[in-house]
Design a protein. Structure first.
Length: 371
């Protein structure tokens, strides 16, 4: 074949093209694995992080916790919160760090008193008739320490690791704001939803706007991904699920995408079960996290690609360790072979989890590759 006379260096051009292609491939492969999966790419082994990975099961966390007076003080002290965020990544080399904070900082920023008592969980001033007094005007000012934590983590975190920001879903946050604490199946909020849905809708609308603003602040500060935790979605009946769990998350996703369309969004509608298909279809999230009660093979059939699936090992298997842990890991990896998947637990890791079992979990996930 004759060379193109208009190009005196055809071979050099070809080599340059090859270099460019290789560089493009390298850039793609150096992108955090979590982001590749959230773009719909199946990876083997899958990226791994675990819910509540920064917390009481870590001795370094317990040491840091002693340096501050209250749990909220820790959340709002950027240097310490950033250190806690990075602790599990340093110890276990997870593929992502998740911001150390709490879903109720939004309620706190809206003016509701929030505290955390040892052995009791969160305690809030009951909302009562104070709904009209909630104030979003200085929300970003009150949450500025959280945004600073994100900036500090992003500066330190390796470029191959993703940083996850998060918020609580409006329904779950509302259940605590209404009852003043966690209750059996969140009965006070469910009762309000039936007796005065207009009042609950006002609170949900306030939380939608506040949560979207909060997530956008985290994205601007450096979060690569955001996650919406709806820990109490599963207590709602069919109509309640659509109105209080699905619609508010759809609204948040819409608001976040209007400003930051390329930021992936994960949602965790715990207890959704087979309703997860409609949830994903309506909310348009990039990935859905699944609790350990949801069969992964069923979720794979219900949720269409390229939506990624996250989960869903029973946290108790990590406590038990040994064969129970290995079998749980292997079953999930087998069910998710060839699908965009983030390995995670089906809920938060518990404080009594042995560190050696977490290390074994990570090692087993990463030792498993498709043939």
């Amino acid at each position: 074949m004759r060379d193109n006379p208009s190009n005196p260096y055809p071979q050099q051009q070809k080599q340059t093209h090859k270099r460019s292609f290789k560089e493009d491939c390298r850039r793609v492969n150096e992108r955090p694995k979590l982001l590749r999966v959230l773009a719909g790419e199946p990876l083997s082994p899958p990226p791994i992080w675990i819910m509540r990975q920064a917390g009481r099961y870590l001795p370094e966390y317990r040491k840091t916790r002693k340096q501050v007076g209250s749990f909220l003080d820790l959340c709002f002290t950027p240097e310490l919160a950033a250190d806690v965020t990075l602790q599990p990544v340093k110890r276990f080399d997870f593929d992502a760090a998740i911001l150390f904070s709490d879903i109720l900082v939004v309620a706190h920023a809206l003016g509701q008193h929030v505290s955390f008592e040892e052995g009791q969980g969160p305690l809030l001033e009951k909302l009562g008739d104070r709904l009209g007094s909630l104030d979003r005007s200085d929300l970003t000012v009150k949450l500025a320490p959280v945004f600073e934590t994100v900036r500090l983590v992003r500066r330190t975190l390796g470029s191959d690791k993703a940083l996850i920001g998060f918020c609580g879903a409006p329904w779950t946050v509302a259940t605590y704001m209404i009852a003043g604490r966690g209750t059996a199946e969140q009965l006070p909020a469910r009762q309000l939803a039936l007796e005065d849905p207009h009042l609950l809708q006002q609170l949900i609308d306030t939380l939608v706007e506040a949560s979207a603003s909060y997530l956008l602040g985290q994205i601007e500060a450096g979060a690569d991904v955001v996650k919406i935790f709806d820990s109490w979605a599963g207590v709602l009946d069919e109509r309640g699920f659509e109105r209080w769990a699905v619609e508010p998350v759809r609204a948040i996703v819409e608001r976040v995408r209007a400003v930051s369309p390329k930021t992936p969004i994960i949602a965790f509608p715990r207890g959704a079960g087979a309703r997860v298909a409609d949830y994903v279809h309506v909310t348009k999230v990039d990935a859905v996290a699944l609790d350990w009660m949801m069969p992964m093979r069923l979720a794979r059939r219900l949720v269409p690609e390229p939506v990624a699936l996250q989960g869903n090992l029973d946290p108790l298997r990590v406590v038990a360790g040994g064969r129970a842990l290995d079998e749980g890991v292997d079953a999930i990896l087998s069910a998710m072979r060839g699908r965009a998947h983030i390995f995670n637990l089906g809920h938060g890791i518990t404080p009594d989890t042995p560190l050696a079992n977490v290390a074994r979990l990570v090692e087993r996930v990463r030792a498993t590759r498709d043939l």
